[in-house]
Design a protein around this ligand. Structure first.
Ligand code: NAD
Length: 350
């Protein structure tokens, strides 16, 4: 790594822009980071202007985080090879469906010794089954990866409202560097070693949030939602134990990446919101995503499909009725009211 570590943020959506605000401020205060932060931006034209020009001139991502100024040392770059050139630390923060193609474009351009951290919540279903996003990045780019996941709704982080988050890093030195890069008085970071568990929590909680949104849409109350959260957490833990190769301890589920992120997503996140509208309007998930999210992407329904395929292959659908019901309701016309039946008959109660 260089004496002054250069940072490249790969992604610039709602969360990408909020974390860019923190990183841009932190690198100015630290003696170990280069003060210029490059941020790769998927180019779009907004009211006749390029989004990168808007960010570099007005210092605001008017599409994905309107109303918040980005530090002037965060430079938007539309070309991924130019953005990644010379970087020591990559912060990956874009919807998971785009990561494979982007890594292919970055391949062979990444400096030896560079490291990465993924803030991406999702998993990928490839020919060899499910893969964690950080594993895909590690394999494609040959860099050591950590992850950051937590109860971190981007707008609240941008508002500098207090929250906690979790970094999962097998390498203690990297964990320390990444904590210095991202921690603030209102964004408190705990570093744990069980990085796969941290990452899988971030992906699976979006499925549970869709279930919570269905219950909201059906007019059920907070007790029902608490049951969705608890049973969802049990399925998350069971799935993590099945799927992760390393250790999976319940202590990690008590960090911000576990129960805290699950609660906040089931009350405040976009997956819950769209799932509620799905019940109330009868429209398809993709249609609502387009109408309600202004270009932002939904993760829950897609993750439910990926998880369902794995459960089916392994003959385990019956053990994960909540995950399965979310998938079947989203994509197979199963009646939404079945979400309640699946809670009533959950194996936890048998
Ligand atoms: N928003 C949050 O509150 C939040 C909080 C924690 C984690 N996350 C996670 O962070 C990740 C990124 O989410 P976000 O909120 O920053 O993104 P977002 O959903 O707000 O924005 C979509 C992003 O995708 C980009 N994009 C659109 N089409 C593209 C294409 N064809 N190729 C490449 N990029 C394209 C857009 O430019 C934009 O930056 C997700 O995994 C999400 O789950 C989000």
């Amino acid at each position: 790594m260089s004496a002054l570590k250069k940072i490249c943020i790969v992604g610039s959506g709602n969360w990408g822009s909020a974390i860019a605000k923190i990183i841009g401020q932190n690198v100015r205060k630290s003696t170990q980071f280069d003060s210029t932060v490059k941020m790769w931006v998927y180019e779009e034209i907004i009211n006749g202007r390029k989004l990168t020009d808007i960010i570099n001139t007005d210092h605001e991502n008017v599409k994905y985080l309107p109303g918040y100024k980005l530090p002037e040392n965060v430079i938007a770059v539309p070309d991924i090879t130019e953005a990644s050139d010379g970087a020591d630390i990559f912060v990956f923060v874009l919807p998971h469906q785009f990561i494979g193609r982007l890594c292919d474009e970055m391949k062979n351009r990444v400096k030896p010794g560079a490291i990465g951290i993924s803030l991406i919540k999702g998993i990928d279903e490839g020919p060899d089954g499910l893969k964690l996003i950080s594993h895909i990045i590690r394999e494609k780019l040959g860099i050591e990866m950590s992850v950051l996941m937590g109860a971190n709704i981007a707008k609240e982080v941008a508002d500098e409202k207090f929250c906690e988050t979790t970094i999962g890093s097998k390498n203690k030195t990297h964990g320390k560097i990444l904590k210095e890069l991202m921690q603030t008085p209102n964004f408190r970071i705990t570093v744990v070693e069980e990085c796969d568990t941290v990452e899988i929590c971030g992906a699976l909680k979006n499925i549970v949030a869709v279930g919570a949104g269905f219950c909201d849409g059906l007019g059920y109350g907070d007790n029902t939602k608490a049951a969705v959260i608890r049973l969802g957490l049990m399925e998350m833990l069971a799935f993590a134990k099945l799927f992760c190769q390393g250790p999976v301890t319940s202590a990690t589920f008590l960090e911000s990446c576990g129960i805290a992120d699950l609660v906040t997503t089931c009350y405040g996140g976009r997956n819950r919101k769209v799932a509620e509208a799905f019940v109330k309007t009868g429209k398809a998930i993709e249609e609502l995503e387009g109408e309600m999210l202004n270009g932002q992407k939904l993760q829950g329904p897609q993750t439910s499909a990926e998880v369902y395929n794995v459960l089916k292959q392994r003959n385990l659908v019956d053990k994960f009725p909540l995950f399965a019901a979310v998938y079947q309701i989203c994509y197979q016309s199963r009646p939404v009211a079945d979400i309640i039946t699946c809670l009533q008959n959950h194996p936890e109660h048998m």
